[in-house]
Design a protein around this ligand. Structure first.
Ligand SMILES: Nc1ncnc2c1ncn2[C@@H]1O[C@H](COP(=O)(O)OP(=O)(O)OP(=O)(O)O)[C@@H](O)[C@H]1O
Length: 254
């Protein structure tokens, strides 16, 4: 789309190029049947970077993530994870290269306890890092610590979301992708999840955050991307989105 805006391109590109690229896509075209959803999307995130992926409902955010993680096979374009060609998956190999995905809806084992859910996910990161372990997750999510023996299925929606994020952290990822992590949760829990997202960011894990609350997204991220009908219409500093009510109204306003 011709209206693509690249704000502060020089400074943000200089910073992001300096960081090792973790996940990259070029020219992605994805379809569901005959519906053409992604129209040549480029994407990049580097080590330690935080990126907000925004756009109104149905604009292709989840499809972009799924296309990069091998959950749907793009018909055109390429995906690289840490420089390795990975277009179309398989998803578990992408995960092994340090990418953790917390999908919309939740992914826990309802019949296992909180503790078991966490421990079965535990592994060192790609470079052997073990910064996130059981104790740290417990410390980060005091609510989960109080429910340690409960079955996953007995938890509230918010607690299940925390457990899903906790499981992702137990894999010591370099990149964590959170798709609508606060969707449908009570305000108190939502606040708690944003606090945890900040903590994850500050621990050096790169994050991609999809969330409808653009004010919250732009306040915790360095960079923002906006999708409109499967095309990138903005990729630049989050601050530039925050300071541009017209851009927000045009692409993100309800
Ligand atoms: N499995 C599917 N089969 C067919 N069409 C789909 C499928 N999943 C998504 N779509 C369609 O693809 C388009 C993009 O959906 P996607 O979920 O990627 O959007 P999104 O930006 O993540 O929005 P939302 O916030 O609503 O999840 C929408 O028109 C949606 O209806």
């Amino acid at each position: 789309m011709s209206e693509t805006v690249s704000h502060n391109a020089a400074s943000s590109n200089a910073a992001s190029n300096a960081a090792e690229t973790l996940l990259e896509a070029r020219g992605l075209h994805t379809y569901y049947g005959s519906s053409h959803i992604l129209h040549g999307v480029d994407f990049r995130i580097g080590k330690g970077e935080t990126l907000g992926l925004m756009g109104r409902n149905g604009m292709g955010k989840t499809t972009l993530i799924r296309s990069m993680l091998g959950l749907v096979k793009p018909r055109g374009g390429e995906v690289r994870v840490r420089g390795h060609a990975m277009t179309g998956g398989p998803t578990h190999r992408i995960a092994r290269r340090g990418v953790a995905y917390v999908p919309e809806g939740r992914g826990i084992f309802p019949n296992l306890s909180v503790r078991e859910n966490l421990l079965m996910a535990a592994r060192p990161g790609v470079d052997g890092q073990c910064n996130w372990d059981y104790d740290r997750v417990m410390h980060t999510f005091p609510r989960l610590a109080e429910r340690i023996g409960h079955g996953g299925g007995q938890l509230s929606g918010g607690e299940q979301q925390m457990l899903t994020i906790g499981r992702a952290l137990m894999t010591n990822p370099d990149l964590l992708i959170l798709d609508e992590a606060t969707e449908g949760l009570a305000p108190l829990i939502v606040r708690e999840i944003w606090r945890v997202i900040r903590e994850i960011r500050d621990s050096g894990i790169a994050t991609v955050i999809v969330d409808k609350n653009h004010a919250a997204v732009t306040s915790v991220t360095d960079r923002s991307m906006i999708l409109v009908k499967g095309q990138v219409v903005f990729d630049g500093a989050s601050e530039a989105v925050r300071n541009n009510p017209e851009l927000i109204q045009r692409h993100l306003g309800v």
